[in-house]
Structures are given as C-alpha cells and as structure tokens.
Design a protein around this ligand. Structure first.
Ligand code: GDP
Ligand code: MG
Length: 698
C-alpha cells in the first residue's frame, strides 16, 4: 500500500519532506523561479538574457524532457531560474505538461514567471489563467513588446493586472528591456501572499461542485495547498489527478466538466482582450503576405521541398567540401602519428589500435563536424525565423495520417543524408512519443553511406537496371518507415486507453500555430549551434571512442592472439557463427557476415571489407568489379542474393554512431536496445522474405 500512500501524498501535499528541508536551509532571499509559457513565447531568449549561456542542461527525472537551469545574480542574491518546456495548457495530455505541472506545484518553485507573447496575447492567456488557478505567486512577463510597439498595438497595462490579479511587466527578451523591473517584481511579489486564484468564476453549478470538493479535500488534509486547482482538475476529469485522488468523488464529479471550464476561460479571455487591447491586430501584414506564398495550399509543399533541398545541399555539398579539408588533416595526422609511433618503436598492435582503431573510428566521426555545424546552423535559422512552424503546418495533414506531426518530416528528410544529425534533429519535436517514433523510422531513410553498397551490388548484378535497383531502396525505405510509424501509432493508441481519439486530435490541433516571421537572432542561433556541436563532440565522441576500440579488437584478434589477417580474427569466428542465421536470406557466407558486422562502424565499410575479405584490392575499378563478380558467382551468390543483401543493409542498424546518438538522445538504454533488436530483426525478416519469395520465381 505504500505506493498508494505516496500517491496520496503527492496528490494532497506536494511538500516533499526532503525538499522542504532543503528549502528551509536555502537563504530566504534566494528564489527558485520557474519560466513557463507557450512554445515560441521567448522563454529561452529571456532565460539566456538573464543567465548568459551559463546553463545546466539535464533531464527531468525519469523522462526525456530537457531541463535547463541557470543562476541569476540580482542585488547580491542568487536566484535559480528553470526554463520549462513550452506548453499551451496544464492538462496531463503530454509529458511536457505533466513535467511542468508537477514542477510548478512542487515546493521547488517559489515564483512562477509566465512568459507570454504580447503580440499574441489572446492565445497566451489561456495558460496564464490556469497558472493563476494554482494560487502560487505568478508574474506575467509580457514579452515581445518591441513587436507590439512596432505594429502600433497598445495594451492597457493598468487594466490587465487589475483583471488578472497579478503583476504584469512588459519586457522584450530580444531587446533586453524590462529585465530589471521583471526581476524586481518577482522578488517582491513572492512576499505578498496569499494569492487569489478565483479570477475566473464558473457557472453556479460548477462553483458549487468546486466548493464541495474543496470541503472534502480539506477534511482529508487540512493543510492542502491550492485545493481550488485540484477541484477544477477533478471536474475536468484530468486522468493523472483522478488517478491519484485518494477518495471517491464520483457523487460530485458525475461527468467531465472540461468543456464548460475551457469555454468559461475563453469567455473570460475575450472580456480581457476586449478591455485591454487597443488597436487589436492578429498578425503583421508582412507575415500574412509571406504566408500567402509559403503556406499556400498548392505551392506550400514544393516550396518546402525546395528549401529542404537547399538545406541538404548546404549540409552535404558545402559540408562535404569542408569535410574534405578535415579528412586531409586527419590523413596527415594519421601519417604523422604513424611516423611518431615508428620513431618510438611502438609495437604493431599498439600502432594498429591507435591508427586503425582510434584515429579511424573517432577521427571519421570528427570529420562530420562541418556537416553537423552547417545543418544545425540551417535548422536554427529556419526555426528562429519562424519557418519551421510552417513545415509543421504544410506537412501536418499528410503526417497526421500516420500519427506523426509535420515536424517529424524534417529529421526523416535529413536521414537521407546522415542518420546521426537526423536523429539529433528530432530535438525539434516537442513531444517524446513523436521523437521515439521518428527515431524509430529515420534510420530507414537511406543515408549517404549506404550509397556505395547499393552502387557496388547493383552495378555487379543488375546491369542496365542498376539505377532502378538502387532507387528502389529509397522508396522501400521510405514506405516501410511510414507504415511502421502508422503501425506504432495504432499500437500506442491501443496501449493508451485513457486517450480517446477526439482528445488526441485536439492536442494535434493545438500544436499547429504560426508565429510571426522574425529576423533570426545571431545570438540565439550561435547558442543553439554551439549546444548541439558540443553535445555531439563530447558525448558521441566518448561512446564512439569505445565502440571503435571494440570493433578494432574483434577484427584484429583471434584465438591465436593478434592477427594481421582478418579471416583469423574473432570477427571471422563470429562471421562463421552467423552463417546459419544468414542462410535463409541467401547471405550464408562468413565473409558477408563479417562485412555486415564491420558495417556497424559505418556503412561504407561494408564495401571495403568485402574487398579485403574476398581478396580484391581495387573494388572501385571495373577489373576489380568483374573479379569480385566472378568470385561471388562461383560461391553461388547471384542477383537475388545481392538484392537481399541490399535490403539487409537498408534496414539494419546504420552505424555505431547512430546507436550512440540514439542512446544519448533517448537517454534510455531500454529503448536503444529495443531499436537495435528491432532493426536487426526487421532487416533479417525483410531480406529472408525477399530471398525466399524471389527464389520461387528465379
Ligand atoms: P521559447 O520557445 O519560448 O523558448 O521561445 P524562444 O526563446 O526560442 O523565442 C522564439 C522566437 O522569438 C525566437 O525567434 C526569438 O528570437 C524571438 N523572440 C524572443 N523574445 C523576443 C522579443 O522580445 N522580441 C522579438 N522581436 N523577438 C523575440
Ligand atoms: Mg525554448
């Protein structure tokens, strides 16, 4: 029964004894300030303006939602700022909402700063009203006042706080105006408790029920904080709060009053806007003009594809150009290291470990840095200008059909270049489920490293249909990815009985919003690129280092110790071991097994290992190709085997770097392991099907 008890505690008294102690020990003047607001309201910009880039990025316990903390010095006090995930409301539909809600309700937050986009006041006030209902100190930061002024809008800054019952401070995170006053208000507002939390008054029926529930809550726990908030949530049939409620309220909560409660809030917002907003204007004319073209019913998708083409081009063409320079440096560094090792009389094993293992493995990954930096620069640019939100809008219809948001389309597209940055790009998805699903299917988009494999095998076996055979891989990958996402959504829906289809589409609808177009801000862009590059360097770097050493080891050591010849290595033993498993797919050759394993380092390696394993030096040349064709032909490896191998390469784990980045992004070993097994199983089943069905006809 302990778990029930702790749930009850969580429900009725958010004071955790440990944090309560900590809070007592904290100096009275030190505040924990939670930044909350709709996505794109400027939380991160404001957060950066206060803290510089001095932030600590971690995850909320148990979930993969990013938690950013920073310290702020204000009049000799140090306050702690927390940048919460962007949300539209305090329901429990998404993990982001749950995380934010739990944190705000907990004793870890002294003051809530609600950051609202003042140029979109109407939409932003919905969350504000919910925050006020919590009954904690809330300060409304009216952000983007520069835009409001620019557009000739006016907000009555006396009437607004009067109507809301909380301080309202106009600021501009970008222009850095109003920051001091905001902090001043935050420091002082904390002192002036208690807060009224009944700005929005509901119908008599609902208010009556609220009173009854509050009585019952008080009976149960006289110290309960914010009973009104809980009462309202119970009336909304909030799944989480209902689940934790320690007593029966079914006599009062006879049905969900959610719609009435939501509508009443919107009515109130309308009253507020009516009184407070002078020169009401929804969006700037410029934005509307640009959107007439960019989100055009017919032109929208081609324009989007064009822009993504440009991003692709920059990432992979320009990036590869710079990558070439890095590769040159790497080559020189490798040669130089070899010379040094030679001069030092280092043994063959050490030399091989350093050159073939570490420098090749880690170095190869480092050479991707230009691609990564350019990609994230482009993404930051699209995001900060406001275009990214339009992709959601343009692609949402199609993507919704398979249970994903339009945003998921971006990582999938990038996956045709390289899966590593593509998986990192899933960060732009706000919802964890969408991220998981997108990470699940992104590796099925053929990355550029698979091209050599397709080119080699189709060139050898398909003659004039070679291009068609290679192209089919892209289409099969894309279609399978979409079908898998669709299937995953169906499974999720089954597993998630609490969520009715209507609720779900409601959530999806809420996520479509088109913020103003803005001139991208260099500072935010640089911070964004730097954060991503740093993450890539530090975490992927360490994991890849280990993986490279392991791979080097299994290909360089055998039962007899260190071996020069790969066919004597443990890798070869494993290759032989794999033969029975690969047999049904027409791939039952130990060399194929080894080259598939070595392909885990990077897909290009499949081609070079086949060259080494079949003893063909110049695999790129015409002579090399026909020699290999003959060798394989003698072994009984024909066109069908080749196609089956291409299918296997298409579907199985792209590379160790992908796995490392997946682990890093999902921060869950369980999911990464599942993905690995899923990819291997799927690849195996697909290639067995191709081979077995193909054998019936050939
Ligand atoms: P978040 O999603 O709430 O973290 O929002 P961001 O901080 O990422 O800001 C969203 C966009 O609004 C970015 O393009 C910012 O540069 C821009 N922005 C933020 N604050 C202001 C502001 O005060 N004025 C203007 N003009 N733009 C702003
Ligand atoms: Mg943000």
């Amino acid at each position: 029964m302990t778990s029930t008890n702790s749930n009850q505690d969580k429900f009725l008294n958010n004071r955790n004894p440990n944090t309560a102690m900590k809070n007592k020990m904290r100096k009275a003047e030190e505040l924990n300030i939670g930044f909350i607001g709709n996505p794109n309201s400027g939380k991160t910009t404001l957060f950066n303006a206060y803290t510089g880039a001095q932030l600590k990025v971690a995850n909320w316990p148990g979930v993969t939602v990013e938690k950013k903390e920073g310290a702020l010095r204000y009049h000799n006090h140090v306050h702690k700022l927390v940048d919460l995930p962007g949300i539209y409301s305090l329901t429990s539909y998404s993990i982001e909402e749950k995380v934010s809600r739990q944190y705000i309700l907990s004793d870890d937050v002294d003051v809530i700063v609600d950051i609202a986009d003042a140029s979109n006041l109407e939409r932003n006030l919905y969350l504000t009203l919910q925050l006020i209902e919590i009954g904690k100190p809330v300060v409304l930061a009216l952000n983007m006042m520069d835009i409001v002024k620019e557009r000739g809008m006016e907000i009555d800054l006396h009437r607004l706080p009067e109507m809301l019952g909380i301080p309202v401070i106009p600021v501009s995170a970008r222009k850095k105006t109003g920051l001091d006053i905001l902090m001043h208000a935050v420091s002082h507002h904390k002192a002036s408790e208690p807060k009224s939390n009944d700005v929005v008054v509901y119908s008599e029926l609902i208010e009556d029920k609220i009173t009854k529930i509050i009585e019952r809550l008080r009976e149960y726990n006289p110290d309960i904080h914010n009973p009104r908030f809980y009462a309202i949530k119970l009336l909304e049939n909030d799944s989480e709060i209902m689940g934790n409620c320690p007593f029966d309220v079914s006599d009062i909560v006879d049905r969900s009053y959610e719609t009435e409660i939501i509508n009443r809030k919107y009515d109130f917002i309308e009253e507020v806007i009516e009184e407070v907003l002078v020169n009401r204007q929804e969006r700037s004319e410029l934005t509307d003009k640009i959107d007439n073209v960019l989100t055009h019913r017919i032109l929208g998708i081609p324009i989007f594809l064009g822009i993504m083409g440009l991003v692709f081009f920059l990432t992979f063409t320009l990036g590869d150009g710079i990558k070439g320079i890095f590769e040159g440096w790497l080559e020189s560094f490798s040669v130089w290291t070899e010379d040094v090792l030679l001069a030092l009389n280092a043994g063959a094993i050490l030399k091989s470990l350093i050159i073939d293992g570490i420098i090749t493995g880690v170095g190869t990954i480092l050479t991707f840095l230009p691609n990564i930096a350019i990609l994230f620069l482009a993404l930051a640019f699209l995001e900060d200008s406001g275009y990214m939100a339009r992709v959601t809008y343009v692609m949402n219809g199609i993507m919704n059909k398979i249970g994903l948001t339009g945003r998921a389309f971006i990582p999938m597209l990038l996956g045709f270049g390289c899966t590593v940055p593509a998986i990192m790009a899933t960060r732009t998805l706000e919802n964890v489920r969408d991220r998981r699903k997108t990470i699940l299917i992104t590796p099925f988009m053929s990355c550029s490293a698979k091209i050599p494999v397709y080119v080699l095998l189709s060139g050898m076996f398909f003659g004039k249909f070679a291009t068609l055979a290679a192209l089919s891989m892209y289409i099969i990958g894309l279609v399978s990815g979409l079908l898998i996402a669709f299937a995953a959504t169906k499974i999720e829906d089954k597993a998630d009985q609490l969520k009715s289809p209507d609720e779900k589409s409601e959530v999806n609808q809420l996520l479509i919003e088109l913020p103003e177009y803005k001139n991208p801000n260099a500072y935010s862009i640089l911070i964004y690129v730097w954060e991503n590059v740093k993450a890539y360097l530090s975490k992927a770097g360490t994991t890849i280092f280990l993986a490279s050493v392991v791979l080097w080891f299994i290909l360089s050591f055998g039962t007899t110790g260190y071996v020069e010849d790969m066919s004597q290595s443990f890798g070869a033993v494993i290759g032989h071991f794999l033969v029975p498993a690969l047999e049904p797919a027409g791939l039952g050759f130990w060399q194929i097994g080894v080259s598939l394993i070595s392909g885990l380092a990077a897909k290009e390696v499949v081609v070079s290992s086949m060259g080494i394993l079949f003893g063909i030096t110049s695999i790129d040349s015409a002579i090399g190709l026909s020699a290999m064709h003959q060798t394989l032909g003698v072994m009984g490896f024909g066109a069908l085997n080749a196609y089956s191998m291409m299918i296997f390469v298409l579907f199985y784990t792209p590379c160790v770097a992908t796995l490392a980045v997946t682990a890093q992004e999902l921060k869950a070993a369980k999911w990464t392991t599942f993905l690995l097994i899923f990819q291997l199983t799927f690849a195996w089943i697909a290639s067995v099907l191709v081979y077995q069905i193909g054998s019936l006809f050939i």
